[in-house]
Each structure stands twice: as structure tokens, then as C-alpha cells.
Design a protein around this ligand. Structure first.
Ligand code: TXA
Ligand code: MG
Length: 317
């Protein structure tokens, strides 16, 4: 199968209506999208991605009205959050309507829904008569793609189309929030900072599982991982002998002694937003160099820094 990259949402629509899966841009990472109401399309997503069926998918749509077609018994706090942050890097877990196939939710009674904030993908969703199930468009366990080229690099020949939407604005996946007795619980740290969520719904629980057999594998202990070994550290401290063999993901300044082409500074002016945007591309770039392993330096653990450190920790596991 030939894989085309382009900006034609009508062509994207055609492929999706035929039950194909395609790459789509969002503001967080690129997704591998198919008709969420068509089991065959959903099966294709799992097989292209090599993803185990016990790992449920997020349903993407374009408006809050649409969300109510796929969910029920929405608690007030969920409504408040959705009104404040959708479209945006927020996914909410809500009781599902029966039109959502078991395959999408892995049999769970909740469905994950999100309205991605990307103009091209929002227009596409508006044109479609169905929502899109979409995991990140990477082979299971590997780093999520933040450009169309990342998607092409790993999935070409397996999907007919990738909708070109530029490099993603946020760079880490959406924050996943569920509700227990109207209390918000964060299951995955992501592009919407906890502090922002708490401004709207008050104190939240953060319950990011790190078991190796969770019911939400985005919380798998090892995930988002490059092929090379990655070590996460607070302070950079290696021997002279290692300097030429190590790749470095640095926070805001270079590490003296490591060759320039073996290190990537996430944000020279110490912006966590910029760091999140560059994180996954940095992992990929260093994975493709000839270094023996990669060292990443932990970033400040506030705002988006918490999601960055979370991804680095899982990449290192
Ligand atoms: O930013 C994002 O969320 C991206 C873009 C493409 O939208 N998508 C994404 O999808 O990261 P994925 O499949 O890579 O991660 C979705 C996570 C998985 O860890 C899955 O287990 C969890 O969401 N999930 C989905 N439905 C769930 C449910 N009903 N209950 C608990 N966890 C759920
Ligand atoms: Mg993923």
C-alpha cells in the first residue's frame, strides 16, 4: 500500500468512510484514526499499531453536543472541565452509551472522549457522520509521533493517508481525567497541567498507575520508550570516558564535553511548554544516532514539567 501525505480533508474523509485508518494531526501528538462506530476499522487500528486489545482507545469528536451522544450521567465537575478545556489536551472518562463498541473501550463501561484542538482535524471531524477512535500513531510501546514524518517513518505501507498538520503544538498526550463520586481523578499526566484543572474543579487526585499490568496501559511502567537505553537523572555526572558515547536530553543548557550533535536542549530559556513540544522528537533523534545510551535530566516538577518527567520515567523503565 502506498502512503500519501497531504492536507486534503476530503480525501481523508473518503478513506475513513471506506473503513480505512489514517494518520491525523492533533495539538498533542499524531493519532491513528478510524471510524469509532465501525468494528472493522477499529480492528485495523489495533493491528496496524500492534496494540493489545485490552488497551482501550480514545474517541475523538468536534463538539460538546457530540460528546453527549456517546456518554451519559455526566457529573457537573466533568461538564465544568469540558466547558473550560475542550477543545484542548484533555480526555475525560465517562459512562458510555451503547453505540460505542466494546472493542473501543476494551469492554469497560466508561469511554474516553476528547475534542482535539487542531483546525484541520476539527474540520475533518465536522464533515464526518461518525467520531474517530485514535490512539497515538506509533507502534505499541514506542515514542508518540509529533510530526507527519514520524508517522510515515514507522507506519508507511500500512496506512493509505497521513493528514499533514505540521509539528504538534503541545507535544505530549492529553491529560486523562475520570470521576469518582463527582471527584476528579487524573489517570495520565499530559498536556493540560494539573494546576489548570484544579483552578476549575478544586483539588484533584493523581492516580498514575505504574504497575506492569494496569487496566490503562498508557500508564504502563515502561512506555513511550526509545530503543536505546535511557537513564533519567537529577544532576548530570558521568566520567570523561563516557562523554563521547552518551546522548543527552538536557533541560535548559548544554552539558560541557558532550559533542553538540549528541545532545538536545529542550528549552534554552527554561520554558516547560517549549520543552514538552520538543521532548519526543529529541528522544527519536538521539535514538537514531550512534550513541550507546541516552541520559535525560529531570525538569522542574511543576505544570507541564510533571508530564515531561512522567514520560521520561516511563522511557527509562
Ligand atoms: O493526546 C492524546 O490523547 C492522543 C491523541 C492522538 O489524541 N491519543 C492517545 O491515545 O494518547 P493512546 O491510545 O495512545 O492513549 C490513550 C490512553 C491509553 O492509556 C488507554 O488505556 C486510556 O487512554 N484509556 C482509553 N479509554 C479508557 C477508559 N475507558 N478507561 C481508562 N483508560 C482509558
Ligand atoms: Mg499512545
Amino acid at each position: 500500500m502506498e502512503t500519501i501525505i497531504g492536507t486534503d480533508i476530503n480525501l481523508a474523509q473518503q478513506f475513513l468512510e471506506q473503513g480505512n485508518v489514517i494518520g491525523i494531526p492533533t495539538e498533542t501528538v499524531y493519532g491513528l484514526a478510524g471510524n469509532a462506530l465501525n468494528e472493522e476499522a477499529v480492528l485495523k487500528i489495533f493491528s496496524v499499531k500492534n496494540r493489545p486489545y485490552f488497551d482501550p482507545l480514545i474517541v475523538h469528536t468536534h463538539s460538546l453536543d457530540e460528546v453527549t451522544k456517546y456518554t451519559q450521567q455526566v457529573p457537573q465537575r466533568a461538564l465544568d472541565l469540558m466547558e473550560a478545556f475542550m477543545p484542548g489536551p484533555l480526555t475525560v472518562l465517562l459512562p458510555r452509551q451503547s453505540c460505542i463498541p466494546d472493542l473501543v473501550t476494551s469492554g469497560l463501561e466508561t469511554v474516553a472522549v476528547r475534542i482535539p484542538n487542531h483546525p484541520l482535524t476539527l474540520s475533518l471531524l465536522q464533515q464526518l457522520a461518525f467520531p474517530l477512535a485514535a490512539p497515538s500513531a506509533n507502534p505499541f510501546g514506542y515514542i508518540s509521533p509529533t510530526t507527519s514524518y514520524h508517522v510515515y517513518d514507522q507506519l508507511h505501507g500500512r496506512i493509505p493517508y497521513i493528514l499533514e498538520g505540521g509539528a504538534t503544538e503541545i507535544g505530549v498526550e492529553s491529560t486523562i481525567v475520570g470521576f469518582e463520586n463527582n471527584q476528579a481523578v487524573v489517570y495520565r499526566l499530559g498536556g493540560l497541567a494539573i494546576e489548570e484543572i484544579e483552578r476549575v474543579v478544586g483539588k484533584v487526585f493523581v492516580q498514575t498507575n505504574t504497575s506492569s499490568d494496569p487496566k490503562s496501559p498508557g500508564m504502563l511502567k515502561s512506555h513511550y520508550a526509545p530503543r536505546k537505553r535511557l537513564v533519567l537523572t537529577d544532576a548530570f555526572d558521568i566520567t570523561d570516558d563516557e562523554l563521547s558515547r552518551v546522548g543527552v536530553i538536557a533541560w535548559d543548557k548544554k552539558v560541557v564535553g558532550v559533542p553538540d550533535h549528541h545532545q538536545i536542549v529542550l528549552s534554552e530559556n527554561g520554558s516547560l511548554k517549549e520543552a514538552a513540544k520538543h521532548l519526543f522528537a529529541a528522544m527519536r533523534t538521539l535514538d537514531e544516532t550512534d550513541v550507546d545510551y541516552i541520559i535525560a535530566v529531570r525538569v522542574p516538577d511543576v505544570g507541564l514539567g510533571r508530564a515531561i518527567n512522567d514520560r521520561l520515567k516511563r522511557a527509562a523503565a
